[in-house]
Design a protein around this ligand. Structure first.
Ligand SMILES: N[C@@H](CCC(=O)N[C@@H](CS)C(=O)NCC(=O)O)C(=O)O
Length: 337
């Protein structure tokens, strides 16, 4: 076998993120939208996440962030998705992390909160998941899946009282992008970065779901075209821009990281260190409660490690690039556990 095999479903943000990366990077692969096959083949994988990428040597791997970095090491110098400037590469990583770990709460919130969305997306996921099932079988699996995911909402912090925080945040992301996106314009230049692909994964999923999709159609129609183009950028040849003057969009996304995402990660990590099971904090003026999430402790540690390995001159530039975003002061002086 020479090709990579990507196994997942269309409505999984991390699956389509990784598929878009494989396409942009011209990495030979096949796409398998078939969950039972994934399940049979990968029964023993832990954690059991989607997507799974099978490498040509037969090994199965999960975690789109880890895989994206691993593919950089394997296919070095070929259509990299990490800006060459270390300070910008750090910012791309920060936005990737926020998209993967915070915007996903918006996906979960919309998909399982509103009747219209509960009827649509989860049924599609199950339809992708089952091979040739009858309408009755589909209904049965759909009900089981819906109940399971609804029960997990509280684990992810998707509580009714967080609606305003999550929905305002969603509209803010769309409004920031809408002013900026155009053909072959990406966050760090005229070529896409890991940050664009992560935003793509979450936002295109929100676009498919009915209520967040209606919001997007109303307030961010150009963002929809931008997402559609990001699905397959195999023909894009661009350059990284000199970003000592970051775009307003980049600034707005980083401001969200400074006001919401980093304070969230820190509150979660503090609760973990203090052996607490859950935490309550304030994020951008909204009260927020969630059980401690261990994976997000790891995310914060990775960000801190990346920040701390930057040279003093890159940190100095980051201080300027991040001015007014409240990010730099939260990162400086922190140690990974
Ligand atoms: N950090 C992982 C997250 C992947 C993930 O959470 N995938 C979801 C589907 S979108 C999943 O498989 N969840 C398993 C479950 O719901 O049991 C990545 O980047 O790939």
């Amino acid at each position: 076998m020479e090709k990579y095999r990507l196994i997942g479903v269309e409505l999984s943000p991390y699956t389509v993120k990784l598929r878009a990366i494989l396409r942009y990077r011209h990495i030979p692969h096949v796409w398998l939208c078939r969950f039972p096959q994934f399940f049979e083949e990968t029964r023993t994988l832990n954690p059991g996440l989607m997507p799974v990428l099978q490498y040509p040597d037969g090994a199965y791997r999960v975690d789109s962030t880890f895989i994206a970095q691993d593919l950089e090491d394997i296919f070095s110098n070929a259509r990299s998705i990490f800006p060459t400037d270390p300070a910008l590469a750090f910012l791309a990583h920060l936005i990737e992390d926020m998209a993967d770990e915070w915007l996903c709460k918006m996906v979960f919130h919309y998909r399982f909160s509103y009747d219209i969305d509960r009827l649509y997306g989860p049924r599609w996921v199950m339809d992708d998941t089952l091979v040739a099932s009858s309408a009755d079988e589909l209904d049965r699996h759909y009900s089981i899946f819906l109940e399971r995911q609804t029960n997990r909402m509280q684990l992810f912090g998707c509580l009714p009282e967080h609606t305003d925080l999550l929905e305002t945040g969603y509209r803010d992301v769309l409004e920031s992008l809408e002013d900026f996106v155009s053909n072959e314009k990406f966050l760090f230049g005229t070529r896409p970065s890991i940050a664009d692909f992560s935003l793509y994964g979450q936002l295109v999923t929100l676009m498919h779901d009915l209520s967040p999709g209606a919001v997007m159609r109303r307030i961010a129609p150009r963002t929809i075209s931008w997402l559609m183009r990001l699905a397959d950028t195999s023909g894009v040849d661009g350059t990284w821009l000199d970003h000592d003057q970051p775009s307003e969009t980049l600034k707005k996304l980083l401001t969200m990281a400074g006001r919401i995402y980093l304070p969230y990660l820190k509150a979660n990590a503090n609760a973990f260190t203090n052996n607490e099971n859950s935490f309550t904090t304030h994020l951008d003026g909204h009260r927020y409660t969630q059980p401690v999430f261990k994976y997000h402790v790891k995310c914060l540690n990775t960000l801190i490690r990346k920040f701390n390995t930057l040279k003093a001159s890159d940190k100095k530039r980051l201080d300027l690039l991040l001015e007014g975003t409240n990010c730099f002061s939260q990162l400086v002086g922190m140690q990974a556990n």
